[in-house]
Design a protein around this ligand. Structure first.
Ligand code: N01
Length: 540
């Protein structure tokens, strides 16, 4: 820690101690924690209600692929015991109800201003505060600025020629309307086969007259095997709260998934197959062998297993062939599904390979690939997000000397943070699930909780020590970023085009700006830095 001796300063009074953007899991827990610690805080939320991504992702079939017993706040034992999740993987309406329940239960709404978009936040060096500009032209000030905008909230609608000419309806999964979209009797097209596409496709297929899926990259599929939770299991889970919380914090992924703690090669091929078959029957993420994301041959053993399942499920060998992935297994985020592959056995579903015959344009009647025109009444974009940096870059965030975050990070080409929590030149700005945090590879709610708790400890420390600002020292930040890059480069993840690597957005700089050392290790590092009185930070 570097604490400079300085004269006391007189500052203009701030409107709030902290301004937070976003009323999702992160923003709401941040608000609650700040208030509990005696700080004044205000959340600004662009949507019409709380919920964050779960407010917007109301497409049919939307469901979390982390189990409900851990995709939930663990900070309050009472909350954990009072709320009852009904299924293994909670669906969007249930998660949204939960977040509304949390907002009411902790009386958060009085400090959340809805329907309000923040367009800019500028650091004022003279006053050592943040000037936060709202879309309606007004401005508020705060000592701390916390954009809790998540990594997957900036939707990506590819810039296809002719979209405006389309005479039908079109929607993006991440910005789904509140009113039901009626697919009955319609010819529907879905572009994209990631987590969102894979969830919506089987539902639309059941309702629509005809569905065409435009697939660019075939994905590995793992069954979710979602089910209603047995009342006895619910009681056991609630009783086991303390143990579950501890296990989550001691895990690499912030959840309770099975890990193998051995290399693919340490067990026989037969044993491996048994493990994989058992996991397939159980549903949920496959158990992770220690070398599966570093050793190409180890990775291929899992890829081969999953490809064999496609041939077993999909009746038409030509369609099965088109559905065969050929990237390293798991180097795009794993997709859990319910009846996805089975959907291609229906006779009202067509699979169009748009890697082979790319999309040329959207026409008034539908969509034209280099091969043919598909006539459509409804077009669904399940085309993902400008992830990790996208949501932050939508806000004009400027630190010292008026330098914007986008400029500092060279438009995403040179991201540098310290612990994913802060970045030099931007005093008193805190990130939650930010770049170079373990988000994206870890249960998001777990990362959110630990980030929020770290921030609260930090601002309490500043208050107790009568300090005005905190920001990373450049050397400490550079070392953290370097370690993130080195870890990422030692894996197969960087060899695949995905939203993790920025390759899904044309022109976006490539890289993998996330911490891949595991959640448990991340928590240890964050704690050590606090124990050493904020080593690597400059406190003034
Ligand atoms: O987005 P994606 P997503 N032309 O980027 C295709 C979380 N999430 O919304 O692979 C044609 O994964 C693209 O093709 P390709 C979760 O973390 C969680 O599905 O780039 N196709 C791909 O098939 C997840 O990982 C849940 O070649 C184009 C698809 O669109 C993350 O959000 C549910 C294209 C995008 O897949 C993102 O998932 C939903 C183009 N120009 C989301 N551009 C659950 O918890 C893109 N594509 C279950």
């Amino acid at each position: 820690m570097n604490v400079a001796q300085q004269q006391p300063k007189t500052h203009q009074a701030n409107d709030f101690d902290a301004v937070i953007i976003g009323a999702g899991f992160a923003g709401m827990y941040m608000l609650h924690s700040l208030r509990e610690a005696g700080f004044s805080a205000k959340v600004f939320e662009a949507a019409g209600d709380v919920g964050g991504v779960w407010y917007h992702n109301r497409y049919p079939g939307a469901r979390c692929d982390t189990e409900s017993m851990v995709y939930t706040y663990l900070f309050s034992e009472k909350l954990y015991k009072d709320w009852t999740w009904t299924s293994r993987y909670p669906d969007q309406p249930e998660i949204l109800s939960y977040l509304n329940y949390v907002a009411d239960n902790f009386d958060l709404r009085k400090d959340i201003q809805l329907n309000t978009r923040i367009k800019a936040a500028h650091y004022d060096e003279a006053n050592e505060n943040w000037q936060i500009y709202i879309n309606d032209g007004t401005r508020v000030t705060a000592k701390y600025f916390i954009p809790a905008v998540g990594g997957l909230s900036a939707t990506n609608v590819p810039n296809f020629k002719g979209l405006n000419s389309f005479k039908g309806e079109w929607y993006h999964t991440g910005n789904w309307p509140k009113d039901k979209v009626d697919f009955k009797g319609k010819r529907v097209g879905v572009i994209g086969t990631g987590s969102s596409g894979v969830q919506i496709i089987p539902i639309i297929a059941e309702e629509a007259d005809h569905l065409t899926v435009f697939q660019r990259t075939a994905q590995y599929m793992i069954p979710a095997r979602n089910h209603q939770l047995d009342p006895e299991i619910i009681q056991q889970t609630k009783a086991d709260y303390k143990n579950i919380k501890q296990k989550v914090r001691n895990s690499n992924t912030g959840d309770l998934r099975k890990t193998m703690n051995c290399s693919v090669w340490e067990i026989t091929g037969e044993e491996r197959l048994q493990e994989l078959e058992a996991a397939w029957e159980r549903g949920g993420p496959l158990p992770s062998f220690t070398d599966v994301f570093t050793d190409e041959r180890a990775n291929e053993t899992i890829g081969e297993f999953l490809r064999s399942k496609i041939s077993e499920i999909v009746h038409d060998p030509k369609i099965a062939e088109k559905l065969m992935p050929n990237y390293y297994y798991g180097t795009k985020r794993q997709v859990l599904n319910t009846n996805y592959l089975e959907t291609y056995n229906r006779n009202n579903v067509t699979l169009a390979d748009v890697k082979k015959a790319p999309i040329e344009e959207i026409t008034p009647k539908g969509l034209r690939t280099t091969e043919k025109e598909y006539e459509l009444d409804i077009l669904v974009f399940a085309t993902g997000y400008d992830a990790i940096t996208g949501p932050l870059f939508k806000i004009d965030i400027r630190g010292r000397n008026g330098i914007s975050l986008k400029e500092k990070w060279n438009n995403g080409g040179q991201i540098s943070t310290y612990l994913g929590l802060a970045t030099s030149g931007f005093p008193n700005l805190f990130l939650i699930t930010g770049p170079e945090s373990p988000a994206g590879f870890t249960n998001n709610v777990a990362v959110i909780e630990s980030n929020v708790e770290w921030i609260i400890e930090c601002v309490k420390y500043l208050r107790e020590h009568d300090l005005n600002t905190i920001e990373p020292e450049q050397e400490a930040e550079a070392a953290w970023s370097k370690s993130c890059t080195e870890l990422a480069n030692s894996t197969l993840f960087v060899k695949t085009e995905s939203w993790w690597t920025g390759a899904n957005i044309p022109g976006k700089p490539r890289g993998l700006p996330l911490y891949l050392g595991g959640y448990k290790k991340y928590l240890q590092i964050c704690k050590e830095i606090v124990d050493k009185e904020y080593e690597g930070f400059s406190l003034l």
